[in-house]
Design a protein around this ligand. Structure first.
Ligand code: AP5
Ligand code: ZN
Length: 215
C-alpha cells in the first residue's frame, strides 16, 4: 500500500505517519524531515533552502522531487507514506510518473481536514525529539516525564524554527494557493478519502486505518 497524507501544516500528518510506521511497518517519506536533515548536515542544498523554510515558503519542485526520486530508487518498493509531498500539481504529476516507472500504484490519498483556528495552537505547542523524531505537544500530548522523550529517553527536545505565528500564516497561504488544489486533483482520480483530523490522535488513526483497509 502506498498512501499520501495530505493536509495543512499542523493537521497531524507526521503524527499519523509515525503510527503507520509502528503499526504497519510502512516507510515514512517526509520531505520536511529530509530538508531539515539536509540543513543540519550543512550541505549546499540545505543552506540554500534554510531561509525559504524558516519564512514558511515552499522549496522548489526540482529539489523536493529530486529527494523523493532518490529515496524511491534506493528503496525496496511498496508501503510508502508520503508525508508533506506532493505539495504542488507538478509534484503530484512527478510522483505519479515515478511510481508507475517502478510498477507501483498509489492506493489512497488521505485528506486530513481541520479548521485553521486549531492549527495555530497545534503548531505553537509542538516540540519534537531531536534524536528519534517523536512529536509532542505542550497541552495535548506532553512527554510523560517533563523534558524526556517517551520513546528513546533523549533530553534533546526541540522546537522548529518555522513554528511561529508569522511563518505559520505564510505556510497556510502557500497551502491554500498551491497544495489545496491537489484535493480536487485526487478526488477526480477517485483516490481521495476524507478524514476528520480535528478528532483525537486515536480517532484520527482509526479513521485512517478504516480508509486504508476499505481500499
Ligand atoms: P513539513 O515538515 O512538511 O511541515 P508542514 O506541512 O508544515 O507540516 P507540519 O510538520 O507542521 O505538521 P503535521 O501535519 O506533520 O503535524 P504534526 O503531526 O507535527 O514542511 C516544512 C517546510 O519544508 C515547508 O514549509 C516547506 O518550506 C518545506 N517543504 C516540505 N515539503 C515540501 C514540498 N513537498 N515542497 C516544497 N517545500 C516543502 O502535529 C502538529 C502538532 O499537533 C503536534 O504538536 C502534535 O502533537 C499535535 N497533534 C497532532 N494530531 C493531533 C490531534 N489529533 N489532536 C491534538 N493534537 C494533535
Ligand atoms: Zn526520542
Amino acid at each position: 500500500t502506498n498512501v499520501i497524507l495530505l493536509g495543512p501544516p499542523g493537521a497531524g500528518k507526521g503524527t499519523q505517519a509515525k503510527r503507520l510506521v509502528q503499526e504497519r511497518g510502512m516507510v515514512q517519506l517526509s520531505t520536511g524531515d529530509m530538508l531539515r536533515e539536509a540543513r543540519s548536515s550543512g550541505s549546499e542544498m540545505g543552506l540554500k533552502v534554510a531561509a525559504v523554510m524558516d519564512a514558511g515558503g515552499l522549496v522548489t519542485d526540482e529539489i523536493v522531487i529530486g529527494l523523493i526520486r532518490e529515496k524511491l530508487q534506493q528503496g525496496e518498493g511498496g508501503g510508502y507514506i508520503f508525508d508533506g509531498f506532493p505539495r504542488t500539481l507538478a509534484q503530484a504529476d512527478a510522483l505519479g510518473e515515478l511510481l508507475s516507472q517502478m510498477g507501483e500504484t498509489l492506493d489512497a490519498v488521505i485528506a486530513m481536514e481541520v479548521d485553521d483556528a486549531v492549527l495555530v495552537r497545534r503548531i505553537t505547542g509542538r516540540y519534537t525529539c531531536g534524536n528519534c523524531g517523536a512529536v509532542y505537544h505542550d497541552e495535548t500530548h506532553p512527554t510523560k516525564v517533563p523534558g524526556v522523550c517517551d520513546v528513546c529517553g533523549s533530553t534533546n527536545l526541540v522546537r522548529r524554527a518555522d513554528d511561529n505565528e508569522d511563518s505559520l500564516r505564510h505556510r497556510l497561504m502557500e497551502y491554500y494557493k498551491k497544495t489545496s488544489p491537489l484535493v480536487g486533483y485526487y478526488h477526480a482520480k477517485g483516490d481521495l478519502r476524507r478524514v476528520d483530523a480535528l478528532a483525537s490522535v486515536e480517532d484520527v488513526a482509526a479513521a485512517i486505518a478504516g480508509a486504508l483497509d476499505r481500499g
